[in-house]
Design a binder for this molecule. Structure first.
Ligand SMILES: [Ca+2]
Length: 321
């Protein structure tokens, strides 16, 4: 196939922009000064490495209305990429373990691991003795959920005892070695769990969240995250420090929000069933300098883009006006 390509020469190959949306390359511009086989080889090597090397951050957000929940996947500017809907669930607070998202359900006392590429929920823990789960925290060994008392479970969902804890925990998280929880009275409280099951309150570290409506709690290693839960109105997603000062915020895509967290997504490793992409060349490819713009380029498909490159090269060989 490549033998049909004309003898051309690569002078420069410059990737001007690479934007990935929903695990698809939305636009990729390659600026070329003339072409030859080495372009084919270089392009074949360069493109997968660019794409497989890309990790992008995503905001994950939960909201509920009546008996339905949604889990949103958003870009870091707040643009909604996708959402998944769950009837008769009330998904609430997150933890992230090894870049995997875990979420509580307040309708049935369960913790699920979420596949954010398709929204599938994998049941990790279900405690039939309890009624509701809101806040979810992970200390590196155990999940902690509060329902009447503080309960903890290992990663397999096996219960490992309980401790007296007389608080209403809307969201919770471990940060800097301590357990932090947000209640519905505009306070984030800090506790030392190191002497479990004797839990020691650390009142000097308590602080107010950004608003009365904040519910979930997640910690990204530097700052806390929470989303507002406002009936009939979209609230804000906040990223804030240990003093409650907001460093970033986004308008939530739906009400009533609850949990918000961030994960990294490796792009170009999903959706192999989508195989179509468009190729456009401008200006006329017979010219010495052209721009090739791919839209909807789907990965895993070396044979496809080699074929397209072949078509392009053939077109260039004979020229079009
Ligand atoms: Ca949490």
């Amino acid at each position: 196939m490549l033998g049909l390509c004309p003898a051309l020469e690569v002078k420069s190959l410059e990737v001007k922009s690479l934007e990935v949306k929903s695990l698809e390359v939305k636009s990729l511009e390659v600026k070329i000064m003339k072409l030859n086989y080495s372009f084919i080889i270089l392009f074949g090597l360069l493109l997968p490495s660019l794409i497989y090397g890309q990790n992008q951050e995503r905001i994950i957000f939960t909201a509920y209305q009546n008996f339905d929940s949604r889990l949103y996947v958003m870009e870091m500017d707040g643009t909604v990429l996708d959402y998944f809907e769950y009837a008769n669930y009330r998904l609430q607070d997150f933890v992230v373990i090894d870049n995997e998202v875990y979420v509580t359900d307040a309708f049935i006392p369960c913790v699920y691991k979420v596949d954010i590429s398709n929204g599938e929920l994998d049941l990790v823990m279900h405690d039939t003795w309890l009624f509701y789960f809101y806040g979810l925290a992970w200390d590196g060994t155990y999940f902690y959920v509060d329902e009447w008392d503080m309960n903890r479970y290992d990663i397999e969902g096996n219960k490992d005892g309980m401790a007296f804890f007389d608080e209403d925990v809307m969201g919770s998280e471990f940060a800097n070695g301590y357990y932090w929880m947000i209640n519905d009275d505009n306070l984030i409280k800090c506790w030392d769990f190191s002497a479990w099951p004797d839990l020691a309150e650390m009142p000097d570290l308590h602080f107010a969240p950004p608003s009365f409506q904040c519910r979930g709690l997640w910690f990204d290693g530097e700052y806390f995250w929470s989303a507002e839960s406002i009936e009939g109105n979209t609230g804000q997603i906040y990223r804030f420090g240990f003093d409650g000062q907001v460093v970033e915020q986004w308008t939530a895509p739906a009400f009533q929000g609850w949990g918000a967290c961030k994960v990294e997504v490796a792009v170009g490793i999903h959706n192999p069933e989508k195989t179509n992409f468009a190729l456009s060349c401008s200006p006329n490819p017979a010219r010495s300098e052209i721009t090739i713009a791919f839209t909807r380029l789907i990965l895993f498909l070396e044979c496809y883009y080699f074929e397209r490159v072949y078509i392009f090269a053939k077109k260039n060989r004979y020229g079009t006006k």
